[in-house]
Design a binder for this molecule. Structure first.
Ligand SMILES: C[S@@+](CC[C@H](N)C(=O)[O-])C[C@H]1O[C@@H](n2cnc3c(N)ncnc32)[C@H](O)[C@@H]1O
Length: 409
């Protein structure tokens, strides 16, 4: 029922940009239709590339998304913005002419400024760097912010696909010399392809998006504090979210994944710093007792094998609990929290995040409605890591997803 194996997950604006561990749009859509009838506000406190926000706007619900990654907020913003198509089309034609004049030497590259950030020459060939700079210079001169953001998303995807990073990895790994020798990307062709595809997606999205819905995006860390001005207490009807599976260093490194684009776009210098700010990024100093008995037992078992890994787990779930506490306050009585999570293995012990989520929400005044399971397929996320701590010994990380449904009493 929740597998959606043969469905197109890239319809509307969902296919604008790749992002790690994206939610399947059909899941967000079904959660909204099953638990968000008559909802006015949806919140996604870990919105990533904005899947649930796009689905909310199609269902006619206003939405609020939080993410600490500026690239994620940019993608989510562009995916939910109904840009004026006629004006966008004019810019796309003008951009085609602009590329043509460089491609055939009518315009010279002397005045083009190349960015200069750490290790840029390590990740890009001279030709790719120059072409990306030409594109970047064009984008910097677009006055309409919505249109310039639309181009930035396409540039970011182009950066990813034309750099020497291994595209099937979440962390920054360079291709082998052999792969580099046969890799001849053309950023001009790539961005033209991405822009064309995204234009069609946008057209489809605008035809389905309800009018007068709003989407707000904030650089907000719900583990610390949620501003009541942005999200008043008891104002949210439904939360639809997929939180990170664990800390960035042992699961998905969103900061590293986004580093090159964040650097090109001038958002930040160091993606590894971002990873430290994400949930569980700062190691805990000591083991603590949680309000979840399931979690306490697991932490106890892991600490007997490896205290350092136990402290990583403590750090992550301390932040997770604080976030759930703050989010609980924003939800209305009878409102729903729908969390898509995975159980992970640390040192051979399965951390039952689905159960922990349930117990944390119960502590903050919610009752458990149901937990649905689904097989993971076609989702960009790591299947194996080295939870045993032994290099080379990989264990299955996540194969099943759990959709935990809670309701505020
Ligand atoms: C699993 S991804 C969300 C993917 C999203 N559902 C989508 O479809 O693209 C989790 C997101 O949480 C963000 N994140 C991690 N810790 C955070 C925190 N403390 N506050 C806000 N966002 C955080 C990451 O940057 C990442 O984008």
């Amino acid at each position: 029922m929740w597998d959606f194996e043969s469905e197109n997950t890239k319809g509307f604006t969902h296919g604008f940009h790749t992002y790690p561990a994206m939610m399947i749009p059909q899941i967000a859509g079904k959660l909204i239709s099953d638990f968000g009838t008559n909802a006015n506000i949806l919140l996604d406190p870990y919105c990533g590339s904005g899947t649930s926000l796009v689905e909310a706007s199609i269902a006619g619900i206003n939405s609020i998304g939080f993410d600490l990654n500026p690239l994620a907020r940019l993608i989510a913003k562009v995916k939910t913005t109904p840009i004026e198509l006629q004006s966008l089309k004019l810019h796309l034609h003008d951009f085609d002419d602009f590329l043509f004049s460089f491609r055939y030497g009518f315009k010279k590259t002397d005045s083009i400024i190349c960015p200069d950030f750490a290790r840029i020459n390590f990740w890009f060939s001279k030709d790719v760097k120059q072409k990306l700079s030409i594109i970047n210079n064009y984008i910097e001169n677009i006055e309409n912010v919505q249109i310039s953001d639309f181009f930035k998303v396409a540039l970011s995807q182009t950066i990813r696909e034309t750099s020497w990073t291994r595209n099937n990895e979440f962390k920054l790994y360079k291709m082998s010399s052999e792969q580099i020798r046969s890799f001849k990307p053309d950023p001009f062709n790539k961005i033209a392809e991405v822009l064309g595809r995204n234009y069609l997606g946008l057209e489809e999205y605008i035809s389905r998006r309800k009018e007068n819905v709003s989407t707000a995006l904030y650089d907000c860390n719900s583990c610390n504090y949620i501003s009541k001005r942005k999200v008043p207490n008891s104002s949210v009807d439904i939360v639809v979210t997929s939180p990170p599976y664990g800390d960035s260093s042992t699961t998905v490194a969103y900061g590293q994944f986004s580093t090159l684009a964040n650097q090109w776009l001038g958002f930040m210098e160091n993606g590894r710093m971002l990873d430290k700010n994400l949930m569980g990024g700062i190691a805990a100093k000591r083991v603590k007792t949680f309000s979840s008995t399931v979690l306490n037992d697991i932490v106890n078992d892991i600490s007997k094998k490896d205290i350092k890994r136990a402290l990583d787990v403590v750090a992550f779930y301390s932040d997770y609990e604080k976030s759930i506490k703050n989010i609980s306050n924003t939800i209305k009585s009878r409102g729903h929290a729908c969390y898509v999570v995975s159980n992970r293995k640390v040192r051979g012990e399965t951390v039952l995040t689905s159960e922990v989520t349930k117990e944390f929400f119960q502590k903050y005044g919610f009752s458990h409605i149901d937990t649905f399971t689904r097989k993971i397929s076609g989702k960009r996320m790591p299947r194996q890591n080295s939870p045993s701590g032994n290099t080379g010994k990989k264990e299955s990380l996540m194969n099943t997803e759990y959709i935990v449904i809670m309701q505020k009493i």
